[in-house]
Design a protein around this ligand. Sequence first.
Ligand code: FAD
Length: 472
Amino acid sequence: MSDAFLKDAARLLGPKGLTAEPAEIEPWLTDWRGRYTGRALAMASPASTDELSRLVRLCHQHRVPIVPQGGNSGMSGGATPFDSGRELLLSLRRMNQIRGIDSASRTATCDAGVILQVLHEAAEAHHLRFPLSLGGKGSATVGGLIATNAGGTQVLRHGSMRALVLGVEAVMADGSVLDLLTPLKKDNRGFDLKQLLIGSEGTLGIISAATLALVPTIAGRVVMWAGTSSLHEARSLLLLAQDMAADQLEGFEVLPQHSLDAVLDYLPDARAPLADAHEWHALIELVATDSQTAARLPEMAESLLGTALHRGLIADATIAASEDQANRLWLIRESISPAERAIGPAMQHDISVPVERMPAFVEAVVPRLEADWPGTRAVCFGHLGDGNVHFHVIAPPGQERSAWEAGDGKAISAQVHDLVVAWGGSISAEHGIGRLKRDELARLEDPARIAVMRAVKQALDPQGLLNPGKLV
Ligand code: FAD
């Protein structure tokens, strides 16, 4: 059966589009975090929607399961095949054309395999920008970003992929092409199929292209750093920034002193932004898209920090005096994950609770976990304004990684997830469910919600060929 399929697929895709060579496939069989390694029947790399559609039709005919993969930068193992060797690894990376950028409508239409950084550069050439960025931007593709509903540090102002995808084109399980590319501001023709596909992690359809919203390029920015004594005060600072800077507020990230210390140890050239240690730090960015507003940004920033100091929300603050200093402040934020990783094994959770509850959640849960698991340290950092923090629990010193992760680490994750659910939150705010959290989703999610998700999956992919064993 698989020989017949491979023969037909080779005829359809040619030597560039299909390989069963272990050396060519192997780099794509392990996920970015190195947690999972699988095997694949072959790796297919169609070059167009038409080829993709005909390939999926073949898979449907031969009942070959498909694992879609973009840049393989996902954090939940969703793009890694299992080790049966029966699944086809479907790379979208050859579908990498930007079909067009329309300055008048401020939209970009591109193939699923376009890399985020390439999209940024193409938009920039039209004096526009795609306002979503993340650490994996050199690998992550438009299709993967849509399939995981990716976020990042600009969600506060521009939203996650759900808000930025205006249209999609997708190949469904039987090979049919669903063309929803034309952006319509108002459209009430029943179910919102585009939103159903966003965040579906390759389990309902294969994204082949998308129309994305662009925004004007930045005329100026101001980046600030403030030290504060509690997360409640950081949250009050955020509300103040939203009141005083309104539309200019582009980013608001928080980190504890522990994370700053970890980065200072990790990056030899990094310097502490403030003279003293503080329980919490906030990184704030204001941007303007016109030169008049850009000229007023420094005054706006001073006024914001002055008011915050006066109200006792912050103890100290600094404003980056140059682009170089601004980049150095952002580098600290972007280096937290690798710096924490360098300390030793840690269980990493990507959680959200209702925005206004986040400070109380962190204050209640961090000491409880550290007490229940002596020697561990719980560290939260990230997108306070989105009610989403990266919640890492670092192992006690001297633990062997895989043994700790499989034992205490697993129990700690279950406890973190239980607490998140008890606080009305989500066990996946950014990275998706994939393979990593599938069982936890089934354990913790409302059965009614799981039943609806399974019914949708069954209706759209009755043979269970699209990314089986992931998400639901
Ligand atoms: P892959 O890893 O290849 O796939 C991810 C999932 O999408 C899989 O389930 C796969 O089957 C499916 N998929 C891929 N392409 C398609 C397609 N065309 N059609 C259907 N399904 C498809 N994520 C955030 O949200 N916020 C962050 O701040 C963030 N920071 C990161 C920092 C670093 C350093 C790294 C490495 C990753 C980070 N990520 C972040 C995670 C990652 O970049 C995103 O999940 C991204 O969306 C994955 O894109 P990808 O093309 O690499 O997808």
